[in-house]
Design a protein around this ligand. Structure first.
Ligand code: ZN
Ligand code: ZN
Length: 213
């Protein structure tokens, strides 16, 4: 099995967690043995988030999507953004806030759970008023946390350890853009994403009544 950052291996990762007997859980109870908390920080693309969300639903898997209200890459308040939240909920996923420090302003779109975007150490694991910080106790433990940041697993791809049931529980952070777009490096993956977005932008210009003749 090759540990590519693509949808085929993402599906294998989910299957490995199933083989290991893990239960796909939300950040709404203290971690119990056998819990896997699938966390997606949506940094760049709602389209990528939905691609992963649909795949997970096919696999009968639930995840928590952390969405930004202050992203330069997408607008959660647009019709597309509202439809994305609605679709994630309809598929049975949870939605948390991917906040830009120091503002963690929750509203009705979000469950009371927050993941800071690109956090710095001083506040990364500090408690947040009225919400659970996913990088704070009880959900964060260095040995029970894996992240795919920039297509790099610090401790290796966890699929084998998951299949063996090595973790008593695990928070698994993945970024949908990394998996949904093709490329064998982060740069290539971003090029695929930008090519897809160029097409999308043309359609949006047309819908915005821009004369494209
Ligand atoms: Zn792997
Ligand atoms: Zn982020």
């Amino acid at each position: 099995m090759s540990c590519a950052f693509d949808l085929a291996h993402y599906r294998e990762l989910l299957d490995a967690a199933k083989d290991g007997g893990y239960a796909f859980s939300f950040f709404d109870h203290e971690p119990r043995p056998g819990d896997i908390f699938l966390r997606h920080d949506v940094d760049l693309s709602l389209e990528a988030a939905l691609a992963l969300a649909e795949l997970e639903a096919e696999e009968d898997v639930r995840a928590t999507y952390f969405l930004m209200t202050r992203s330069v890459f997408y607008n959660l308040a647009s019709a597309t953004g509202e439809a994305a939240v609605e679709r994630l909920r309809a598929l049975g996923h949870a939605v948390g806030l991917h906040a830009v420090w120091p503002r963690a302003e929750l509203d009705a779109r979000f469950d009371p759970v927050v993941a800071w975007h690109n956090p710095d150490p001083p506040y990364m694991s500090e408690p947040i008023d009225g919400a659970q910080n996913v990088m704070a106790p009880p959900f964060f433990s260095r040995d029970r946390y894996r992240s795919d940041s920039n297509q790099h697993w610090r401790s290796g791809c966890p699929h084998e350890a998951l299949a063996r049931g090595d973790f008593d529980w695990l928070q698994l952070l993945t970024h949908p853009e990394i998996w949904a777009y093709d490329g064998s490096s982060m740069r290539e993956t971003m090029e695929s994403m930008l090519a897809a977005e160029r097409e999308l932008r043309w359609r949006q210009l047309d819908e915005d009544r821009i004369d494209l003749s």
